[in-house]
Design a protein around this ligand. Structure first.
Ligand code: ZN
Length: 198
């Protein structure tokens, strides 16, 4: 890409590091940025840096939030004795969109994957076990139905079993390997209602 200015090349290089952005899209984005007004570019860069600066993990459930505790953990209307374990904040959002789940969440930020070298210590599992020392009735494991999601579910259930807390797994019906966030609300609710004890 030496035929571009080094600034453009750098911009394209940075865009192509983003997930789902190939060389072609990276180039398109870079040239689009250059065609934008200074104000528009400032608004974009400010949005990126202020999101990065201000968004943090909720101290209870580890979802991404602007405050110390997320609105779900702060809510008195939620059932704090039922914890749904999800892989990421997008999965949490998918369940929230159904409007039918009244418990709280725990966001792992990943799943165990021996192939990718991601172990139990690389996700927010210790933090989950810490929470279970409190007053908890049930843990609903809603990791994806991918190999990693299933591995994680089995691993977590084995950890929790000795505590005597009920552990359940959302029912199949969620397409295998399908990311939870792309599954429609009806399917998600069915999976939740049909959960089975592990
Ligand atoms: Zn929270």
């Amino acid at each position: 890409m030496d035929y571009y200015s080094s600034h453009i090349s750098k911009l394209i290089e940075e865009f192509s590091k983003l997930p789902g952005i190939g060389a072609k899209s990276a180039g398109r984005l870079a040239f689009h940025i250059l065609s934008m007004s200074n104000e528009q570019v400032d608004a974009l860069t400010n949005a990126i840096s202020s999101a990065k600066k201000n968004v943090r993990y909720c101290k209870d459930c580890f979802t991404l939030t602007d405050e110390e505790y997320c609105p779900i953990c702060r809510s008195q209307k939620r059932d704090h004795k039922t914890i749904m374990v999800v892989e990421n904040t997008r999965d949490l959002a998918a369940y929230e969109k159904t409007g039918k789940y009244s418990g709280v969440y725990h966001v792992l930020h990943g799943a165990i994957s021996p192939m990718l070298g991601i172990g139990p210590n690389d996700i927010k599992l210790k933090e989950l076990m810490e929470r279970l020392r409190g007053d908890v009735d049930e843990v609903i494991i809603s990791t994806n139905s991918s190999l990693e999601g299933e591995t994680t579910a089995v691993y977590i259930s084995k950890l929790i079993k000795p505590t005597g807390i009920r552990v359940s797994r959302i029912a199949s019906g969620v397409p295998v390997g399908g990311d939870l966030e792309y599954v429609d609300s009806v399917t998600l609710l069915k999976a939740l209602e049909g959960r089975v004890e592990m």
